[in-house]
Write a protein that binds this ligand. Structure first.
Ligand SMILES: Cc1cc2nc3c(=O)[nH]c(=O)nc-3n(C[C@H](O)[C@H](O)[C@H](O)COP(=O)(O)OP(=O)(O)OC[C@H]3O[C@@H](n4cnc5c(N)ncnc54)[C@H](O)[C@@H]3O)c2cc1C
Length: 473
């Protein structure tokens, strides 16, 4: 959406094909109460997320950005420990004092002495597992980071490069205003306000958006991307019918008249595809490979260097507060989820008609049994463990619950990934790729997707103006 918005500002006409019937992708929302949107996966910003906040301001939504203190806790040994301030590390009673001191010293060292980006190369050549064990001993990894990494990266926990953690620590602690409190950002009205404003701004620039339209194939001729072939399912057909015309159809019969926003219909040519000068895929790498078949094997190998973890979320609408924490890390690995995020300890319950909202979050390999479970199976598996967080909890606190899963939630990078990242210009002329596997070393997030969309737009604009296909970069 950002790429289309930026290209529109530069005078280009764009068309967005979105498989889902609503926009927003991983940041999309659903109605948790009538007329009250909530993200399918918990979402907030760090104070370092300057690109997306600037975009909010540009779209006239600056006054919607709220910075709210957040409370982070740690659940282990049947107890919740505060993790709000760095000094809380010293009180984490699950590990001996000497290890707490080592953990605190190493975290402070990373945060304050290693901030410079030039350290990237150093930290991308060693795994987090090896770094923490080397500098702080076994306990800090085995009892603190190991359980957290296993929760986020599953069987790949020990493979995650230190650069991911280094950047996360630098950003997370850099997000604090004052040492003892962390403030996180959230748009008043949810992330939906940004999605809606972008949609409006994109359309005002003459773009066409097809919701519910699945791309089946990027048409490539003589190694040049020249169009899009759509899937034949009902949603896609309906999406195309709203804005498109097939080459034989006389213009007056086209359903275009229903859509006042565009000047000319989207034309499908006699060969059954919609011609374009340039094509950009923002879909995950494995999804892109399903609709682009001509990429050379060495580029495909690059696209497969990063592995995706899936996310499984249960969202509970509760009659009562479960815990006083916004973010609760679950370090007890006998529990089948890695974090609970109690939205109403961050955004007041009044926003949600005084209901309490809590995410129960898990990052898994898409093949994991928890990824395959039905909504009810998952809920039933979680209930006994929710009682550990609040012994008074009973299932009748739950008024309603939702289940969402996403296969491409979190990329996991290999060591020295800076030398392996697929470039935004692919080896197919006029075909660009930009997804979360190309956001590095930062953790993926809406802020960096906005930055990536801006980069792609600049690249497409420059290539269009030069009429060429620059060197891969
Ligand atoms: C659980 C969770 C929590 C998160 N928390 C935060 C947070 O707190 N803060 C934050 O900033 N970010 C957060 N994020 C990340 C953020 O949502 C993503 O980084 C961002 O939305 C990625 O945007 P994107 O457009 O690059 O990709 P996506 O959102 O993945 O968009 C890709 C789109 O391509 C579409 N698509 C795929 N195949 C096809 C096809 N064949 N035809 C047509 N369309 C297709 C998909 O439907 C999708 O809409 C979180 C993500 C998850 C999963």
């Amino acid at each position: 959406m950002t790429a289309a918005y930026e290209l529109g500002k530069l005078g280009h006409k764009t068309v967005i094909f979105e498989r889902m019937t609503e926009l927003g992708g991983l940041a999309s929302t659903f109605q948790v109460e009538p007329g009250v949107p909530l993200e399918r996966g918990y979402h907030h910003w760090f104070t370092s997320d300057t690109h997306v906040v600037a975009q909010m301001q540009e779209l006239g939504l600056g006054d919607r950005v709220q910075w709210i203190p957040s409370k982070t806790g740690w659940f282990e040994q049947g107890k919740i420990w505060s993790m709000v301030s760095p000094s809380d590390l010293l009180k984490l009673g699950t590990i001996p004092l000497i290890d707490r001191l080592r953990l605190g010293a190493a975290t402070a060292y990373l945060t304050y002495l290693q901030r410079d980006k030039k350290n990237l190369y150093k930290y991308e050549s060693i795994t987090a597992h090896d770094w923490w064990k080397k500098y702080t001993g076994d306990t800090v990894w085995d009892k603190v980071w190991g359980p957290m990494f296993r929760g986020k990266f599953g069987a790949r926990a020990d493979e995650v490069p230190m650069v991911w953690h280094w950047f996360k620590i630098v950003l997370r602690i850099g997000s604090r205003r004052g040492l003892n409190k962390e403030e996180l950002g959230y748009p008043r009205g949810s992330f939906q306000v940004l999605i809606d404003a972008l949609e409006k701004a994109i359309k005002q620039k003459g773009a066409i958006i097809l919701k519910g339209a699945t791309v089946k194939r990027v048409v490539v001729e003589n190694n040049v991307a020249c169009g899009i072939e759509l899937a034949e399912d009902e949603n896609t057909r309906a999406a195309f019918a709203r804005v498109g015309a097939i080459h034989e159809s006389p213009l007056q019969e086209s359903p275009l008249q229903e859509s006042p926003l565009q000047e000319s219909p989207l034309q499908m040519n006699e060969r059954g595809y919609i011609p374009f000068d340039r094509v950009y895929s923002s879909a995950p790498s494995f999804a892109t490979l399903k609709f682009v078949h001509e990429l050379p094997s060495d580029f495909v190998a690059k696209m497969n260097e990063a592995k995706y973890m899936g996310a499984v979320l249960i969202i509970l609408k509760l009659k009562q507060q479960m815990t006083p924490w916004y973010w609760l890390n679950i370090a007890d690995r006998s529990m089948p989820f890695v974090a609970t995020i109690e939205q109403t300890n961050f955004i007041p319950p009044e926003v949600y008609n005084n209901k309490r909202i809590m995410y129960v979050s898990n990052y898994l390999d898409a093949a994991s049994p928890y990824f395959q479970m039905s909504r009810e199976e998952l809920f039933n598996a979680y209930v006994p463990h929710l009682k550990k967080l609040n012994p008074n909890f009973t299932p009748d606190w739950v008024e309603e619950f939702w289940h969402f899963k996403e296969a491409a939630a979190q990329p996991v990078f290999p060591l020295r990934y800076s030398q392996k990242i697929p470039p935004l210009r692919t080896p197919i002329e006029n075909f660009y790729l930009g997804n979360t596997t190309q956001i590095y070393p930062e953790d993926r997030g809406t802020n960096y997707s906005v930055r990536l969309g801006q980069d792609i737009a600049r690249l497409i604009d420059a290539d269009t103006k030069s009429g060429g296909w620059g060197n891969n970069s």
